[in-house]
Ligand binder design. Sequence first.
Ligand code: RIB
Length: 297
Amino acid sequence: MKPVLVIGSSNTDMVVTVDELPRPGQTVLGGEFRRFPGGKGANQAVAARRAGCDVCFVAALGNDDLGRQAIATLTAEGIDVGELQVLPDMASGVALILVSDSGENCIAVAPGANSALSADYLEAKPQLFAAAGIVLLQLETPLTTIAAAVELASDAGVRCILNPAPAAEIPDSILSTLYCITPNQSEAELLTGIAAGNLAGATAAAKALRKRGVANVVITMGGSGALLVDADGVHHQQAEKVAVVDTTGAGDTFNGVFAAMLAKDLPIRDALATAVAAATLSVQSVGAIPSIPRLGN
Ligand code: RIB
């Protein structure tokens, strides 16, 4: 089986639990402070690895303690970190995360070195794309870098999944080259202008994205599972109802596992079912990487 190539961000997550998320201008006293390795790219790489795939992770970090700890974590997971870029004059990415009693979160990211992962760096490594079974991207690195990765994957004939998080406008030149896009409901709304808060709205938004050229559109819907719209029609994968502790990284778990199942050549509906089940497991404990399940291989 060919590896999953994940290109994206590595952060250190600084997490405080609070009863309720504060309003602007409000100070709240929280509970325990915890620090976890994170970043959407790193989380997705770990999820794909724990789902049983070889994973190569490309990211940029600073030459600092946080960067070294991130590399140690990824290495311990068995992820290929040989293509990570360590930038001497930049800080590693940091995410400040508040998690409420109801499991909701709010996140602010200082991207640091993530903002310096360049198209040039990827363009010098076409062999990574040629060797990959699937390429998985997010939006915590520059859009020019994402565009280069999508093109390199296309040149190599490799399927490319884009998780458009955090939400941003994406040109049709990128959308039309993707195998799959995986927004959540608010990201789908930003991309299409269509309110995607319920199944009918999400279906309309997914169809609009397909019209812009994406072959397969998956909209993740939190506790309501995920919606797939592809050439075979509309498919809603329900999620099991569980007690939610922390949703941080649930989308990353979904994306990493989804990519891993596609790399294993599972049909897309089966990949969707496994990814929804894994994301459902992940929301039942605190932290992104600590809560990503290990799936039987
Ligand atoms: O998706 C969750 C991730 O978003 C966190 O790990 C944080 O680092 C931010 O990138």
